[in-house]
Design a protein around this ligand. Structure first.
Ligand SMILES: CSC[C@H]1O[C@H](OP(=O)(O)O)[C@H](O)[C@@H]1O
Ligand SMILES: Nc1ncnc2[nH]cnc12
Length: 307
């Protein structure tokens, strides 16, 4: 049981989403533990508010505190909505990935700039439905400005020969089973760099919520295209023990960077402000709008229907 306060009266603008093997973010000062409820249900875990050099950061465990949500069961809408509601505009999302390229070695990190959707449509993937329609741009699924900040922090990572790759394409597959060998080879032919099961719809929802969102992919294995051992969970977990340390070091560096005035607009995702709201407001005519759906949107964007 934690003795932390369950409320926090200041907005928190930066969040870290932790995935497999990164269920908590050690080394930062715990400040509060929030238990939000959203129109899309409860997030996968309580939200830990942590502090680092006077910067507050919200931490959420994507698969739950005990890793109880399979990739297709992660309550992505509740996760993103809960973060948005407490003020988050800037998200660094960690993910354990298989490598599809020889030069991306287990324990290397990648800051991807593209994603290919291989989920199967079984995961809820939009906030805008049920009587409200919106179409947001997703040509560049991650945030180039935030990626720039992350790349500047490569020197914070330690380990012999560990590399932070500056771009790449994530293949987001459905899972929870790993790929077949034929699929793995096909993804390589498509130009995939790394593979995981969780970047979508998380990144799409973050875009709808007008957040700056960047995934940091942490390689744990060579999937099954490579002549080394085929991926299994043991491999991923063992590698994540080493990757966790570098994840924490990278977060500390990124937070220090983001704290500077220079990056204030990135933290507040000023460049995404209004993008979704414009996309939603003019699509569904007032007579077709469902009041329940309108209320849900209001949770993300307070005052949305007033202007
Ligand atoms: C246990 S390996 C497969 C699992 O690991 C990754 O999780 P996350 O992205 O949350 O770090 C991958 O996406 C799968 O969910
Ligand atoms: N090979 C792999 N395929 C899908 N998700 C992964 N997460 C870590 N390794 C993976």
């Amino acid at each position: 049981m934690s003795n932390l306060p369950t409320t926090f009266d200041k907005p928190v603008h930066i969040a870290v989403i932790g995935g497999t093997g990164l269920g908590q973010l050690d080394g930062f000062t715990p400040v509060a533990l929030l238990h939000p409820d959203t129109p899309w249900g409860k997030p996968a875990s309580p939200i830990h508010i942590l502090s680092h050099n006077n910067v507050n950061v919200a931490f959420l465990a994507r698969h739950g505190l005990h890793h109880q949500f399979a990739p297709h069961e992660v309550p992505n809408r509740a996760n993103i909505a809960a973060l948005r509601h407490i003020g988050v505009r800037c998200v660094i999302a960690f993910s354990a990935v298989g490598s599809l390229q020889e030069e991306i070695k287990p324990m290397d990190f990648v800051v991807p700039d593209q994603v290919i959707d291989r989920t199967k449509g079984v995961r809820p993937f939009t906030f805008f439905e049920g009587g409200i329609v919106g179409h947001v741009g997703f040509a560049d699924p991650f945030d180039a400005k935030l990626a720039q900040v992350v790349k500047k922090c490569a020197q914070h990572m330690e380990g012999d020969g560990v590399v932070l790759h500056e771009k790449g394409t994530v293949i987001c597959m459905e899972g929870p089973q790993f790929s077949t060998r034929a699929e793995s080879h096909m993804y390589r032919a498509w130009g995939g760099s790394v593979i995981n099961m969780s970047t979508l719809p998380e990144a799409k929802l973050a875009r709808e919520a007008e957040m700056a969102y960047q995934v940091i992919a942490m390689a744990t294995d060579y999937d099954c295209w490579h002549s080394s051992e085929d991926v299994n969970v043991d491999m991923v977990i063992k590698c994540m023990q080493a990757n966790g340390n570098n994840a924490k070091r990278l977060v500390a560096g990124v937070l220090d960077q983001l704290a500077s005035i220079e990056h204030g607009d990135v933290v507040m995702a000023r460049h995404w402000e209004g993008a979704s709201q414009g996309a939603v407001k003019f699509m569904t005519k007032p007579d077709g709008r469902n009041p329940e759906a309108m209320k849900r949107v209001e949770y993300l964007f307070p005052g949305f229907w007033e202007s």
